[in-house]
Design a protein around this ligand. Structure first.
Ligand SMILES: Nc1ncnc2c1ncn2[C@@H]1O[C@H](COP(=O)(O)OP(=O)(O)OP(=O)(O)O)[C@@H](O)[C@H]1O
Ligand SMILES: [Mg+2]
Length: 300
């Protein structure tokens, strides 16, 4: 059964999308079948992996974007999956096993304009359609904006695990705190719509520090985060085995460059960027492996 995982923090710009895409690439390189579902109307993951030319075509009409499953509702999740999304310059797949459900800017209409059937909220529509293809994957990863509004709710409702990318600063800690508050409220709101096949509602399983600059001591931010996590564990507001990941991801220029190139960092030619990139690739592999190992300890 696919592990369904959301990457979210109520703090923006901490590296949710870059971590998700690069960890997804590491998982695919390890032979896992991975589906990314992009629930951020900014479309960062979609533009990155499809590159502008392919993404523009979807954005022009909205056909093939995730909002089309809600309005006009003629497409289903299985119809809009872009298989083996990462292509080289000549259009050949270079990372088989990494698929995406893309979004375009029209996803913002889910927040206000969309009037669905109140007895079947948007996240239920998505869950039921996702269920048709879940068996094709080992990991389904939901990229979310820094909130739990309607678009995010689709991912949060389907996920069982949440990982919280964080920077070593006070605002990331506040973002994590706010996330746990809002998560509890959303689970209450959506509880009556859950079914047995879904497993338990998503809970925080891990915090991953990202963008760590060389030579910067982050012992204090790690300790503060660990203390908050311990409090939440005692209060049963996060997973009983929620952990601060040992592996953290360094700050590296190639992470920003990879977006421009339309590739996960692991596929950026090492010689193209001078030094540094090899090590950040190792960081992403380390996070992917820690994520896999954490799965062995998950409790029902
Ligand atoms: N390890 C890193 N090293 C260098 N730059 C990074 C790293 N991680 C992320 N970045 C850069 O930081 C910026 C924000 O990252 P990203 O878009 O992944 O954050 P986000 O949390 O998804 O943001 P949002 O809240 O807008 O969705 C991007 O320009 C990205 O390339
Ligand atoms: Mg993002």
């Amino acid at each position: 059964m696919a592990r369904k995982i959301a990457f979210i923090n109520y703090k923006g710009g901490v590296g949710k999308t870059s971590l998700l895409v690069n960890v997804a690439a590491s998982l695919a390189k390890l032979g896992k079948r991975v589906l990314i579902c992009d629930f951020d109307t900014q479309s960062n993951a979609s533009i990155w992996l499809l590159r502008l030319d392919r993404w523009n075509k979807i954005n022009a009409t909205g056909a093939g974007a995730v909002f089309s499953i809600f309005d006009p509702g003629e497409q289903s999740v299985k119809d809009i999956v872009v298989k083996d999304v990462v292509l080289n310059k000549t259009g050949e797949p270079v990372l088989p096993g990494l698929d995406i459900v893309p979004t375009t800017f029209n996803l913002v209409d889910l927040e206000n304009e969309y009037r669905g059937d109140p007895s079947r909220p948007h996240y239920v529509v998505f869950r039921d359609q996702l269920a048709e293809i879940e068996g094709n994957y080992d990991f389904i990863l939901f990229d979310c904006p820094p909130n739990i509004l309607r678009a995010s709710q689709c991912g949060i409702f389907c996920a069982n695990e949440i990982y919280v990318p964080a920077n070593p600063d006070a605002l990331s800690l506040i973002g994590f705190t706010l996330l746990v508050e809002k998560l509890g409220k959303f689970h209450q709101l959506s509880a009556s719509f859950r079914n047995g096949a879904q497993g338990h509602p998503a809970r925080v399983e891990g915090i991953i520090f990202n963008s760590i600059k060389t030579g910067v001591d982050i012992d204090v931010p790690r300790m503060r985060m660990q203390l908050r996590l311990n409090q939440y564990r005692s209060a049963k507001r996060v997973s009983p085995i929620a952990k601060l990941f040992n592996q953290q991801v360094r700050d590296a220029m190639v992470v920003r460059r990879a977006v421009t190139l339309g590739l996960p960092v692991a596929l950026v030619n090492a010689s193209a960027d001078g030094s540094g990139e090899k090590t950040v690739i190792d960081d992403y592999h380390g996070v992917a492996n820690e994520l896999i190992r954490h799965g062995d300890s998950l409790v029902a």
